[in-house]
Write a protein that binds this ligand. Structure first.
Ligand code: NAD
Length: 545
């Protein structure tokens, strides 16, 4: 990394991208006007990491650990990312779910320094000007939310900014996207959360949400302004409420390079988990019957990709859809219902009504039960016992986040199926000891997929992000789950492998981009080399001239 020519002295210490803190060498301290501005002893990156870890572990709560890490990110990016990469399994639950949810709820109260870009309803007609204020011109990836459905926590308005910030930190940590190319955006159209509106420290617009044409006009303006200010940047939509999530994806997916992680990223991660689970149960995808609890963006996104995977395996789309069933707040989604949103209709099959989840399990006898309802503890003992009664090895995925929203705990899933469940969850659960056996539940975390998708799309200069790229990502992720992991009940690779997982997904994406004729950059003969050349590795470089 080269130092900008005029950056020296105290300004250098206050610039998180270039600051090395106590690791500036004696010669650098002399040349860059730093002598006296730092305590005398020169420490290495490894020494600094030791101090950071000790302080991190001494914090009394995960929220305080979050605040500590964010302030490190504000001070010294290299040290922040090096530590995050080297301790990813320990720090991921702090930087992202579940702690990021707590951080968003308290965002106005833990606010230290602004980070990311806010585009508010009052910026209509001058969004381009707002994007022009962002200090970096070489933006490669934008994560954007309007804060309406933050994890399973609902409408957090402008406090939702914690999500794009967290996701982009994971982009850098997990797939090596250069932090300089990452732009977190919060589109503030107001909030319908009354307690936030009444909170004197709330940081967003104090008004109810704008909706309909006015809302779409603002997002249109944003997407168009991105094409001008940051041409080629990938836009990742994140944590929008269901209708807008589908509406925005349908509106832009064929026009610009974008995707919705809740719909498509979740789908790829879950598909990989279902295929891995099928290796345990002995059932191929097209032999399974899937029951989704919750019929929102994540659940229907998964079903759509599962259907695409079955179609690729030679099954008709109709037969594939017939294997996917949904239960929502009104019970089983059936053809006879007149209250269904468009995204549910393809899965409304002819069937007698079933009023609740238990009744649906008993009548449909699903091989896999997937929870995406954000309704905690709804996979009750009777529900899990019913799954165990109709399957030798029931597949149970409790995917709602954060942990407080999970449909069941790992322990409950194993206990109430007599240790037969093939289980994974959205938020992490510790290993479970049951009747002398040890189970290590995997986490169906989107982080296994979106950083690799983004990295591949960036490297290829992809003009669109397509379903084939998510199928390729799911295939690639599946190759990391060997018999040893399946043996202990784990459907996903350890988080420690995440950079390699992301690099391989990016390679797979690169090949799809090329095959689909969507590359905006020349694709090298060796995708592995090309992908790795795009990966940022946080180490200190010498600033001596
Ligand atoms: P959403 O709001 O679009 O969908 C929630 C769905 O649950 C809706 O269809 C709603 O009708 C249904 N629902 C609510 N209460 C219900 C009840 N009592 N009975 C039956 N159905 C009920 O939200 P989403 O984006 O689909 O996300 C849902 C959950 O999945 C969230 O907790 C989110 O954090 C989680 N999620 C996890 C992952 C992951 O683990 N990889 C990824 C994305 C989303």
């Amino acid at each position: 990394m080269r130092l900008p020519p005029d950056l020296r002295g105290i300004r250098l210490l206050h610039d998180p991208r270039y600051n090395k803190g106590t690791a500036f060498t004696e010669a650098e301290r002399d040349e860059l006007g730093l002598r006296g501005l730092l305590p005398p002893r020169v420490l290495s990156l490894a020494d600094q990491q030791r101090r950071i870890l000790a302080n991190f572990r001494a914090k009394p709560s995960m929220l305080e650990q979050y605040v500590f890490l964010i302030s490190l990110q504000d001070r010294n990016e290299t040290l922040f990312y090096r530590t995050l990469i080297d301790h990813v399994a320990e720090m991921m639950p702090v930087v992202y779910t579940p702690t990021v949810g707590e951080a968003c709820k308290a965002f106005g109260h833990i606010f230290r320094r602004p980070r990311g870009l806010y585009i508010s309803a009052s910026d209509r007609t001058r969004v381009r000007e707002v994007l022009g204020n962002w200090p970096e011109r070489n933006v490669k990836i934008i994560v954007v939310t309007d804060g309406e459905r933050i994890l399973g926590l609902g409408d957090l308005g402008a406090y939702g900014m914690g999500i794009p910030i967290g996701k982009l930190a994971l982009y850098t940590a997990c797939s090596g996207v250069d932090p300089a190319g990452c732009l977190p955006v919060l589109i503030d159209v107001g909030t319908d959360n009354e307690s936030l509106l009444a909170d004197p420290l709330y940081t967003g617009l104090v008004q109810h949400r704008i909706r309909g044409p006015e809302y779409y006009a603002l997002v249109d303006e944003f997407v168009e302004a991105v094409q001008v200010e940051f041409p080629g940047a990938i836009i990742q939509f994140e944590d929008f409420a269901t209708d807008n999530a589908f509406g925005l994806l349908d509106r832009y997916r064929d026009r610009v390079a974008c995707f919705n992680d809740d719909i498509q990223g979740t789908a790829a991660v879950t598909l990989a988990g279902l295929v891995a689970a099928g290796r345990v149960t002995g059932l191929r995808l097209e032999e399974q019957r899937f029951l989704f609890f919750g019929a929102g963006s994540a659940a229907t996104g998964i079903a759509n990709l599962v259907v695409a995977a079955m179609v690729r395996n030679g099954v008709s789309a109709e037969a594939a859809r017939a294997r996917c069933w949904f239960v929502d707040t009104k019970g089983l989604v059936t053809a006879g219902r007149s209250d269904l949103a468009p995204h549910k209709r393809p899965y409304a099959h002819a069937h007698a009504p079933a009023g609740n989840l238990l009744a649906a399990i008993e009548t449909l006898r699903p091989t896999a039960l997937l929870g995406l309802s954000a309704q905690p503890r709804t996979f009750s003992e009777p529900v899990l016992r019913a799954m165990a009664a109709v399957n030798l090895r029931p597949i149970v995925l409790a995917l709602s986040n954060p942990t407080s929203k999970a449909e069941c705990t790992a322990e409950e899933a194993y206990r109430w199926t007599d240790g037969r469940a093939v289980f994974a969850s959205g938020s992490p659960f510790p290993p479970v000891e049951l009747d002398g056996r040890r189970f290590v539940p995997g986490q169906g975390n989107n982080v296994y997929v979106f950083p690799g998708i983004g990295l591949g799309a960036i490297a290829a200069g992809a003009r669109r992000v397509t379903t084939a790229m998510f199928l390729a990502a799911a295939d690639s992720l599946g190759t990391f789950v060997g018999p040893d992991l399946l043996e202990q009940g784990t459907l996903y690779p350890p988080l420690e492998a995440i950079r390699e997982v992301s690099a391989r997904i990016a390679e797979a994406v690169l090949r799809v981009v090329e095959a689909e004729g969507l590359a905006g950059a020349p694709i090298a003969a060796d995708p592995a080399v090309m992908v790795r050349s795009h990966m940022y590795d946080p180490v200190y470089s010498s600033y001596l001239t």
